[in-house]
Ligand binder design. Structure first.
Ligand code: MN
Length: 440
C-alpha cells in the first residue's frame, strides 16, 4: 500500500447489525476489503497497515459471552493463525491522516469514527479524504484481477450456484409459489455450507428489476426469473440469473424473446477479452437486442434510428453487467471508482446511464454478462409519450407478447488471454436444456 501513496491505512471488518434488539443480530458479513487482506470474518477488528508495520487490533474475548456464543480465539491464538501482531483495540493510535474505507452502515461508521477520532459519514460511494481516495485506488489495483486462489473460490461458488438453479428448475412445475422455489434453491446453497451472496430474486414479476418479495402464486403461463448466487465461507460470490417457464414449456412468444436475449448474451460473452472496452460489450448487447426486437416486429425503423432513439433501452434499461469478486457488485462500496477508471464517468444517455462498469478488460477480471427484456409499465408509458420512441415501438405487436414480463440471462465470465472463460457455463441456459429440466 505504501508504494501506492498511502502512509497509513486502517481496514475495518465492521460490526454485526441488530435486526430489532441488541442481541438478535443479522448474520455478520465482514467488509470485503478486510476479508481480502485478512481472510477471516472477524467481528469488530481492524487491520492497521503502514510503511513499516502491519497489525490487527481487536478486543480480547469476553469471558461472559462464552456462555452464549461459545469460545472465541484469544489474541495470541489469532496472532499465530494470521502470522500478524494482534493488539487490543484500545492500543490503536491512529494518526491524523490515517486512511480508511468508510463502512456502508451507520453503526460500523460510528464505531470506526470513534476508533480513528475522525468524523466519517456512512459510505455513499465517495472517499472522504485525499488519503481515502489513494487507499481506494490501491485496493482497486490489487482486487481488480483475481489470482488463482480467488478464482478457485469463485469456481466453488459457481458450482453450488449451478446446483441451486438446477434444483429450482426441476422443482418449478410442482411449486405453487415463489417462496417454494426460493426454498429449494437456498436449500442447495445452505447444504453446501454457503450463504446467498445477495438477496435472491425469485419471481414471476421479473419486470421489477430487484424484486425481493416472494409472495406471488405461480401460474402455468408465467416465466420465473431466478437471480440467485452463492457465496463461499471466505466471501467469494457467484451471480447467476436464469428465466424458466413455470409449466415446463416456453410459449412461442416467450421463446422468441428468450432467444433474442440469449443471442445478445452469447455475442456479448464472446467479446469479453483483454483490451476490449466494457462499454462496447454493453453497446453490442444493446445492438443485438435492437435487431432481435425489430425482427420480432416489436421495434420498427432503421437500425440507426433505433439506436439513436435508444429504443432497446425501453426494454433493456440496465447495464450489461458489473465486476464480480468478493462483492456481488465488486467494490461498489467505493462508488464508481472500481467500475470507471480515471478519465471515464457515467453519462446520462438512456442506453448507458445504469452501466456499472466501463474499464478496458484485462486478464483475471471477472465480469457478469446479463442482458434482459422487461415490460416495465412506467418505462412503456414514458416511451408512449416520447415522439421518437413511440414511433419506434409497435405497441399493437407488443401486446401479443403480454406473457413476457421479464427475462434476464446472466453468467459470470473470466477474462483470459485465450478468450472468455465462463465460470457458470454449466447452468442450463438453452430453451431445450431448460425445458428438459423443468419437465422431468
Ligand atoms: Mn448481476
Amino acid at each position: 500500500m505504501a508504494q501506492a501513496g498511502v502512509d497509513r491505512a486502517v481496514i475495518a471488518s465492521g460490526l454485526p447489525q441488530p435486526r430489532n434488539f441488541a442481541h438478535n443480530l443479522y448474520p455478520f458479513r465482514a467488509s470485503s476489503h478486510f476479508l481480502f487482506l485478512v481472510g477471516l470474518p472477524l467481528e469488530a477488528a481492524v487491520l492497521d497497515i503502514g510503511p513499516d508495520h502491519e497489525a490487527l487490533y481487536r478486543d480480547p474475548p469476553d469471558p461472559q459471552a462464552t456462555l452464549w456464543t461459545g469460545p472465541e480465539p484469544a489474541l495470541d491464538e489469532l496472532a499465530d493463525r494470521l502470522k500478524l501482531d494482534v493488539f487490543p483495540l484500545e492500543d490503536l493510535q491512529p494518526g491524523a491522516d490515517t486512511a480508511c474505507t468508510p463502512p456502508p452502515d451507520a453503526l460500523s461508521t460510528w464505531w470506526l469514527s470513534e476508533l480513528l477520532d475522525r468524523a466519517l459519514e456512512p459510505a455513499h460511494g465517495a472517499p472522504q479524504s485525499e488519503a481515502d481516495a489513494r487507499l481506494a485506488a490501491a485496493l482497486i489495483e490489487v482486487r481488480l484481477q483475481h489470482d488463482a486462489a480467488a478464482l478457485e473460490q469463485m469456481r466453488q461458488a459457481a458450482a453450488v450456484t449451478r446446483r441451486a438453479h438446477e434444483a429450482g428448475m426441476r422443482a418449478l412445475p410442482a411449486c405453487a409459489t415463489e417462496y417454494e422455489v426460493l426454498a429449494v434453491m437456498e436449500a442447495e446453497i445452505r447444504r453446501a455450507g454457503m450463504l446467498s451472496a445477495y438477496q435472491p430474486i425469485v419471481t414471476c414479476r421479473g419486470e421489477v428489476l430487484h424484486n425481493e418479495s416472494y409472495e406471488n402464486a405461480l401460474a402455468p403461463g408465467d416465466l420465473l426469473l431466478a437471480d440467485v448466487g452463492a457465496e463461499t465461507r471466505e466471501g467469494w460470490a457467484a451471480d447467476v440469473t436464469r428465466t424458466s417457464p413455470v409449466s415446463g414449456r416456453f410459449s412461442p412468444t416467450q421463446r422468441d424473446v428468450y432467444e433474442v436475449v440469449l443471442e445478445a448474451q452469447r455475442t456479448a460473452i464472446e467479446q469479453v477479452r483483454p483490451g476490449v472496452r466494457y462499454r462496447d460489450v454493453h453497446l453490442s448487447a444493446m445492438g443485438t437486442v435492437t435487431l432481435g426486437l425489430r425482427d420480432l416486429g416489436i421495434l420498427r425503423g432503421s437500425e440507426e434510428q433505433l439506436l439513436r432513439a435508444g429504443a432497446a433501452s425501453v426494454f433493456f434499461p440496465h447495464g450489461v453487467g458489473h465486476l464480480l469478486g468478493l462483492d456481488v457488485h465488486d467494490m461498489e462500496d467505493l462508488g464508481d471508482a472500481a467500475g470507471y477508471p480515471p478519465g471515464r464517468q457515467r453519462d446520462d444517455s438512456p442506453a448507458t446511464r445504469y452501466l456499472r462498469l466501463d474499464r478496458d478488460l484485462s486478464p483475471g477480471m471477472v465480469v457478469t454478462i446479463e442482458p434482459g427484456f422487461y415490460q416495465v409499465v412506467g418505462l412503456l408509458a414514458s416511451a408512449r409519450a416520447d415522439a421518437a420512441l413511440s414511433a419506434s415501438i409497435d405497441f399493437d405487436r407488443l401486446a401479443e407478447f403480454s406473457d413476457v414480463r421479464g427475462i434476464r440471462i446472466e453468467d459470470d465470465v473470466l477474462v483470459t488471454d485465450d478468450g472468455p472463460e465462463l465460470l457458470t457455463g454449466e447452468v442450463p441456459k438453452s430453451v431445450r436444456d431448460i425445458e428438459a429440466l423443468c419437465r422431468q
